[in-house]
Design a protein around this ligand. Structure first.
Ligand code: SAH
Length: 468
């Protein structure tokens, strides 16, 4: 990042604009719309006449003096689109005077560049690509425009008007927590729906009441969010998971949670690794302790918390301890991996049943009733089955499943180093060995023949036959 976004106080002085072409006028309009006082050096009297007639939101001074000689002592920024050689001279002068300068479309002469802007009143989003691609910046702007509520600026204003009042109240609640509650609650909802006038009194009342619990012995127990992190790709997080992560004070996470997902947690949130070696009891106790200390807890688990994730046990423990818990679902490994390779887990007339099972050790596989999984129309997905692939193969075949059934081992699904090995059920152990490192799922069923790696393997085989 070479260009750091900062926000310029347009009230602090005068913005100097040089040039009379469309690029200069564009910046002139932008600066005036932002409320800046502008001193304009159009360089030609007739254009100035025309512009004088234009009304604008902010004062506009027009000067026909030489911009290289004029007084810039009250300048906060200089924008030039005068063309050669004046632009370079203007840039040099601005740098000498230590005033930020932008030469339109000439980043090499500029000490600042204009970002693409999403403008919602007090809420402004600046988007930059370091000057590399204005088209990309505009595309991002469209996306962000669509994401932001239209009245988000009004919400910011409302909060801005009352921040000082809040600061004056001695209180039990941290400002961050208080405003988080406001932003996530009915006051914000009404404001975004255009009814801010009706809820302003409510906000004032909430502020005045925020100090009331100051003498309370214990702080309120916070909620634990049991959040599914999905299989690895952070784009597969749900919006609700993102919100929970953005609000977290502390995140307890497993080894299956990818670094990219953890990156989405609020900066400043404590991150606590509670991997395999920690006992479940200890994890449960720590979740309860953190929530009781009034911290917003996110318990982040790979995939979905309720699919082989011990989510059920944690929810029960928390409920028994009187800690409120919210479960946020995640994309389970089977769904993430299947989508990645184009493998339909069910398919009309071909696969009418989907079984998610787990077989961490060979003896787990031995205790499974395979007879229920032997019919041709069942797609079987085995979690934690990498080490027991041979036992899974034997169990299914002994129960009557055809050894020629298509099978796949999908490893590190949705991650940059994901890998798929495809073949037949009777080759399952070899396929597992092929992918090496987990996490991985085993998939057995006719539908495996529909996935992309299978098709690629078939066409490789036919190319090889042709070559032979
Ligand atoms: N709750 C998780 C499963 C936890 S059990 C979920 O819903 O996905 C751990 C097993 O999940 C691993 O042994 C592996 O079988 C599977 N798994 C998790 N992430 C995976 C990934 N990215 N690719 C393939 N398998 C994965």
């Amino acid at each position: 990042m070479r260009f750091l976004p900062v926000f310029l106080d347009t009230a602090a002085g005068v913005a100097v604009v040089i040039g009379a072409g469309e690029p200069a006028l564009g910046k002139l309009r932008l600066l005036r719309a932002a409320g800046a006082r502008v001193r304009w050096f159009p360089g030609a009297a007739d254009v100035a006449e025309e512009m004088l007639a234009l009304s604008g939101a902010s004062p506009l001074e027009i000067s026909l003096a030489d911009p290289l000689e004029a007084d810039w002592s009250d300048g906060v920024a200089v924008v030039s689109a005068a063309g050669d050689p004046l632009d370079a001279q203007i840039a040099a002068r601005a740098r000498r005077l230590r005033i930020p300068v932008n030469v339109v479309d000439r980043p090499e002469l500029s000490s600042f560049i204009f970002p693409a802007i999403v403008d919602r009143g007090e809420v402004v989003v600046a988007i930059g690509t370091g000057g590399a691609s204005p088209v990309l910046a505009r595309r991002l702007r469209e996306l962000i425009e669509a994401l932001l509520p239209a009245r988000i600026g009004e919400l910011a204003e409302l909060i801005g008007r009352h921040r000082r009042r809040f600061a004056a109240v001695p209180r039990a609640l941290s400002p961050r927590r208080f405003w988080q509650n406001v932003i996530a609650g009915p006051i914000a909802e009404a404001t975004l729906a255009g009814r801010s006038a009706q809820v302003e009194a409510q906000l004032v009342a909430a502020i005045d009441a925020s100090g009331a619990r100051q003498s309370a012995v214990a702080r309120d127990t916070e909620t634990v969010f049991l959040v599914g992190a999905g299989p690895g790709d952070p784009d597969l997080l749900t919006l609700r998971a993102l919100h929970a992560l953005a609000d977290a004070d502390v995140v307890f996470y497993d080894e299956l949670v990818s670094a990219e997902v953890l990156d989405r947690a609020r900066r400043g949130a404590e991150q606590v690794f509670v991997g395999k070696r920690r006992g479940q009891d200890e994890i449960n106790r720590r979740l309860v302790a953190a929530a009781r200390a009034g911290r917003r807890v996110v318990r982040l688990k790979g995939g979905d918390p309720f699919v082989f994730g011990r989510g059920g046990e944690e929810v029960e423990y928390l409920r028994n301890a009187g800690v409120p818990v919210v479960v946020v679902p995640g994309i389970t490994a089977a769904l993430g991996c299947a989508a990645e390779v184009g493998l339909p887990l069910t398919l009309r007339n071909e696969a009418g049943k989907l079984a998610l099972i787990t077989a961490e050790r060979a003896q787990d596989a031995a205790s499974i009733d395979w007879s229920g999984l032997a019919d041709r129309q069942t797609t079987v997905v085995v979690y934690m089955g990498l080490a027991s692939a041979a036992a899974v193969r034997d169990g299914l075949i002994a129960a009557g499943r055809d050894g020629a059934t298509p099978a796949a081992v999908l490893a590190r699904g949705t991650r940059p180093d994901s890998q798929a090995a495809v073949g037949r059920l009777d080759q399952l152990a070899a396929l597992a060995a092929e992918v090496g490192e987990g996490p991985a799922i085993l998939v057995i069923g006719e539908v495996v023949a529909r996935c992309a790696p299978w098709r690629a393997a078939q066409s490789d085989a036919s190319t090889a036959r042709e070559a032979a």
